[in-house]
Design a protein. Sequence first.
Length: 243
Amino acid sequence: MSSRMAAASRASLCAFFLCLALPVEARTGQAVVRLTTHELPPYSYRDTTQQRLAGIAVEAVDCVMRRMGQPFEVQVLPWARAQKMVQLGEADGFFAASRNSERDGYAVKSAIIAPQQWRWYLLVGNPADPLSPAFRETAQVGSFVGANMLDWLREHGYRAVATPPTTEGLLKMLRAGRVDAILANNLVMERLIQEQGLGGQLRSVLQEDRPLGVYFSKPFLALHPGFLERFNAQVGACRSTAR
């Protein structure tokens, strides 16, 4: 393929997927690291004003890759598909993700790039205790498709009846009374609550802290010895700039 054809092909890919690619590629000749993510403000989202991918997780990854001099691109996909592409070897890593055993089977999680709390959200008039055994046995709950939280609910015996594709969909179901509670990322929910003017209508209960990183596939890391160590070495400085 000619350089002109390759450039045109890449431009088409980036226009469709919202890619980030660093100019160091032209100087170093390094292969582009292919990452996937999903739209989850404030971690990763399309900034239509700036016409770019933005968010605290995106900024942290961008900072690390720049400090490494490593070209990369990001495809924005539904979360379950973003992970599946890495599992199938069609991408090198996905973010921002918390640890679970299934992901550990085919990929390795980086150092923490962004904070996350798993919190239960209930209507303010609901007195139920989400941390009680009775709640686990009787309450109808949910989380979004592809989320580690949904797998956790099922593994721990909760009645996970709500599985929409987004946190916004979960919030709609909760407000409509279709579920008793939802398990969600605190920063994502705080943003939705503020945007929708729902302050005072919901209450939350902390389940646990589950910080987020980048999962890099094991075959990718085997082909690039030392990559994860170099990536992790830069994360501390980049997390501070992304907050």
